[in-house]
Design a protein around this ligand. Structure first.
Ligand code: FHN
Length: 416
C-alpha cells in the first residue's frame, strides 16, 4: 500500500502566523483526552457495533430512544482530564454511525432532535473547557454508515456525493461558529474511500477561513496532505507501525500526535477489561514525548454519561505522576536521540531529561549520538549528583540504585 493515497491536486498551503502559534501551543500541551461517545454506548459493545453486528439502520436508530445520559456532567469530565494532567479534549462530534452529538440543523439524526436528553453536550463541554483553560477539539467522521448521499450507486459511483460534501461543510461551519474557539478539527474515515474526491481543498480552506487558528488533523494513515497542521498515528508512536495502520508513513515536519485506548475499544465496551496499567500509559506518554509527539488518550463514556470508574482511577494515578514530573514532559522537545532499550530523552532549553523506563542490569546506561557537552547530571529533584562519563561514541550515565522508581527514573542533564 502506498503512503500517498489521494487522487487530486491540492493547492499549496501557507499557514498563518496565528496557526503556527497554535501548532506550538499544541505541541507544548503534550497530553490530551480523546472521547468517543455516541448512541452506540447504549449497547456497550464499542463504536463499531452497528457495522460489526450488521444492525440495520432502522433498528440502530431505536437506540436514540434509550440514550438519555442524565449523569453527564461536563464539569466532572473536565476535572478528570485536568487532574490527569491533560491539557486538551478531542471529542467525537459525529462518528461513523452518522449520529451527531451536537445541535445541528443539517440533520434530525442528532442528540437534540432524536433523543429525549434535549441537551447539547458539546456546548456544555465547550463552556466548561473555556472556564477551565482546556482546549477543545472536535473529531469528525468522513465515513458514514447511514446517509443516503454517502452510499454508492449500482455502478459503484457516489450518486449524491456533492450533497454529502455540502452536508459536511454545513456541519463544520456549525461546529466552528457555535462553540467558541475550537483548537482542532480531527477527521477520520478517509481510508474508507481512498480514491474519492473528498474536496479537502474546499473543506480545509473553509475551516481556515472560518477559524484561522484552528488546526486540522486527518487520521487518514497516509502522508500529510497540504492544508493539514497535525500528523496523527493511531495506536502507534510517531513513525512506528505497530498498530498496523501506518504502512510506509514517514514522520513529517508537522506536530505529531499518537492516539491510544485505555483498554481495547474506543467507544464504551462492557466486556473490554484488559485495562492498560498506569505504568504502561505513562510509558506511552514519555515515549511519545521522546519522539516529539503528543498522546491523545481515549475514554469511552458510558450511556449514563459517566466515565467508567476503572478509567477514572487510572487517570488519577497518571495525574499523580504528571503533577510531580510534568516538567520533563510539557513544553519539551523530543527527537534528541533514537529511542533506546532503556528509554528516551526529552529536552527543554539547556536541560535534558533522561527517562529510564527499563533500567538495565548494568550499573550504567549508554546514550549514543549525544554531542552536547554535559555540565552536570543530577536526580530529577536536583538533590543527588549522578556520575557520568562522556566519550567519543556517546555518554555513560551511572544512575544510583536508590533512585529506583518503578515507573521512570528521570536524570537531569544540564548541557553547556
Ligand atoms: O474507525 C475508527 C475508530 O472507531 C476510532 O475512531 C479510531 C480513532 O483513531 N479511528 C478509526 C480508525 O482509523
Amino acid at each position: 500500500v502506498s503512503a500517498q493515497q489521494y487522487s487530486y491536486p491540492m493547492p499549496e498551503y501557507v499557514p498563518t502566523a496565528g496557526n503556527l502559534e497554535a501548532r506550538k501551543e499544541f505541541q507544548n500541551m503534550k497530553f490530551g483526552m480523546f472521547i468517543h461517545w455516541g448512541v452506540y454506548s447504549v449497547l456497550g459493545d464499542g463504536e463499531w457495533v452497528m457495522h460489526q453486528q450488521k444492525i440495520k439502520l432502522d433498528t440502530y436508530k431505536k437506540l436514540t430512544k434509550f440514550f438519555n445520559p442524565q449523569d453527564f456532567n461536563a464539569k466532572e469530565w473536565v476535572q478528570i482530564a485536568k487532574s490527569a494532567g491533560m491539557k486538551y479534549i478531542t471529542i467525537t462530534s459525529r462518528h461513523h454511525d452518522s449520529f451527531s452529538m451536537f445541535d445541528t440543523k443539517a440533520t434530525d439524526y442528532d442528540i437534540i432532535d432524536a433523543t429525549r436528553f434535549n441537551r447539547d453536550p458539546l456546548k456544555e463541554l465547550a463552556e466548561e473547557c473555556k472556564k477551565e483553560g482546556i482546549k477543545l477539539n472536535f473529531y469528525y467522521s468522513l465515513l458514514d454508515w447511514a446517509r443516503e448521499d454517502y452510499k454508492l450507486g449500482k455502478k459503484g459511483d457516489a450518486v449524491n456525493w456533492d450533497n454529502y460534501i455540502k452536508f459536511m461543510k454545513t456541519q463544520l461551519t456549525e461546529l466552528l461558529t457555535n462553540y467558541g474557539e475550537i483548537g482542532c478539527i480531527w477527521f477520520d474515515g478517509h481510508w474508507d474511500r481512498k480514491q474519492a474526491n473528498w474536496h479537502y481543498d474546499e473543506i480545509y480552506s473553509l475551516i481556515h477561513e472560518l477559524s484561522p487558528n484552528t488546526l486540522i488533523a486527518n487520521n487518514h494513515h497516509i502522508q500529510p496532505i497540504p492544508g493539514e497542521d497535525i500528523q496523527t498515528f493511531e495506536r502507534d508512536l510517531p513513525g512506528e507501525n505497530k498498530g498496523g495502520f501506518s504502512h510506509g508513513v514517514q514522520i513529517s515536519q508537522l506536530p505529531l500526535e499518537s492516539c491510544a485506548t485505555m483498554a481495547k475499544s474506543w467507544g464504551f465496551n462492557i466486556n473490554d477489561n484488559k485495562y492498560k496499567s498506569t505504568k504502561q500509559l505513562i510509558n506511552f506518554l514519555v515515549n511519545a514525548a521522546g519522539k516529539n509527539g503528543n498522546l491523545l488518550l481515549n475514554v469511552g463514556p458510558m450511556p449514563n454519561g459517566e466515565i467508567q470508574p476503572e478509567f477514572v482511577k487510572t487517570l488519577k494515578e497518571v495525574g499523580e505522576w504528571t503533577s510531580k514530573y510534568g516538567e520533563s514532559i510539557y513544553g519539551t522537545k523530543g527527537g534528541v536521540i533514537k529511542s533506546q532499550d532503556w528509554g528516551t530523552i526529552t529536552k527543554k532549553d539547556k536541560t535534558l531529561y533522561v527517562h529510564i523506563l527499563n533500567p538495565s542490569s548494568e550499573p550504567y546506561i549508554f546514550i549514543p549520538e549525544l554531542n552536547e557537552k554535559i555540565r552536570s547530571a543530577t536526580s530529577f529533584d536536583g538533590k543527588t549528583k549522578i556520575k557520568f562519563k562522556q566519550v567519543k561514541e556517546g555518554t555513560f550515565i551511572y544512575p544510583q540504585k536508590n533512585l529506583n522508581n518503578s515507573i521512570d527514573v528521570i536524570i537531569k542533564l544540564i548541557i553547556k
